[in-house]
Ligand binder design. Structure first.
Ligand SMILES: [Mg+2]
Length: 221
C-alpha cells in the first residue's frame, strides 16, 4: 500500500504538508494539536460531517496569522493506522477544517501527522514510532523543513503527551487546554520532565489567546 500523494512523505504513514513558501528562519511557530483542541473531539475523526471547530479556534489561528506566526497542525492519526479511515478521508477532514477556518479569515500553514501505532494494521503496526507523540519527531521534521525557532515556539494540546513532545522538542511553552481530553488530563500531574519549558493550563482557546497576547505585548514592551 504505497501512496503517490506527495504529502505522505514515506509513502505509508507519515503526512508532511508545507503550504507556504515563506522563509520561517528564526520565527516562532504555533503548534496545535487537532482533535480536542481546534476540532471537537469525536473519537477517531474521519468523517467530514463530524468536523466542528472548537469555539475560539479561528480567533486564535487568525491572530497568529496576523502576527505572521506560522501555524502548524500536529496530529497523531492512529485511526488511519488502525484502518478506521484512510489518508483520503484524513485529507477530506483537513479540507473541511480549512473551509471552516477560511470563513473566519484564518488559515493553517503546515500539517504534520503520524498514522503509526503499536495496534495498527500492517504496514502501520510500529510501536513507539519516533514521529508519534509524545516523541518529538513531527516537531523536528517541521523544523528541518522550515527552520523555525523551536526555542521560541509554543504548542497547545489537550493531552500531556502533546506537551511532552513539545518539551522534548525544546519548545519554550506548552499549554494544556481543558477541551477534548483536557479536563480529565488537567486532573492528573504530568509524568514527564518539562525541563525549561513553561506550562500553562487554560480553560479554552480564548483564554490561551489571552495568555499569548499578554506575552507578545510583554516581549515587545
Ligand atoms: Mg488531542
Amino acid at each position: 500500500m504505497i501512496h503517490n500523494d506527495k504529502r505522505i512523505c514515506d509513502g505509508v504513514g507519515l503526512w508532511l504538508e508545507n503550504r507556504t513558501d515563506r522563509d520561517w528562519d528564526g520565527l516562532p511557530g504555533l503548534f496545535l494539536d487537532r482533535d480536542g483542541v481546534i476540532l471537537e473531539e469525536t473519537g477517531y475523526l474521519g468523517r467530514v460531517e463530524d468536523v466542528r471547530l472548537v469555539d475560539g479556534a479561528a480567533r486564535l489561528i487568525g491572530w497568529a496569522n496576523r502576527q505572521r506566526i506560522p501555524v502548524i497542525v500536529i496530529t497523531n492519526q492512529s485511526g488511519v493506522g488502525r484502518g478506521y479511515y484512510d489518508w483520503q478521508a484524513f485529507a477530506a477532514v483537513q479540507s473541511e477544517l480549512d473551509r471552516q477556518l477560511q470563513c473566519d479569515g484564518a488559515h493553517v500553514d503546515f500539517v504534520v501527522a503520524c498514522a503509526y501505532h503499536r495496534d495498527g494494521k500492517p504496514p502501520f503496526a510500529i510501536d513507539n514510532h519516533p514521529w508519534r507523540k509524545p516523541n518529538p519527531g513531527m516537531i523536528m521534521a517541521v523544523r528541518d523543513q522550515c527552520r523555525l525557532d523551536l526555542s521560541r515556539s509554543v504548542l497547545v494540546g489537550d493531552k500531556w503527551s502533546d506537551l511532552e513532545a513539545a518539551a522534548r522538542g525544546g519548545m519554550a511553552r506548552g499549554l494544556l487546554v481543558k477541551t477534548g481530553h483536557g479536563v480529565q488530563q488537567a486532573g492528573i500531574p504530568p509524568s514527564f520532565d518539562a525541563g525549561s519549558m513553561g506550562i500553562d493550563i487554560a480553560a479554552n482557546l480564548d483564554e490561551a489567546l489571552a495568555i499569548f497576547k499578554q506575552e507578545t505585548s510583554g516581549a515587545s514592551g
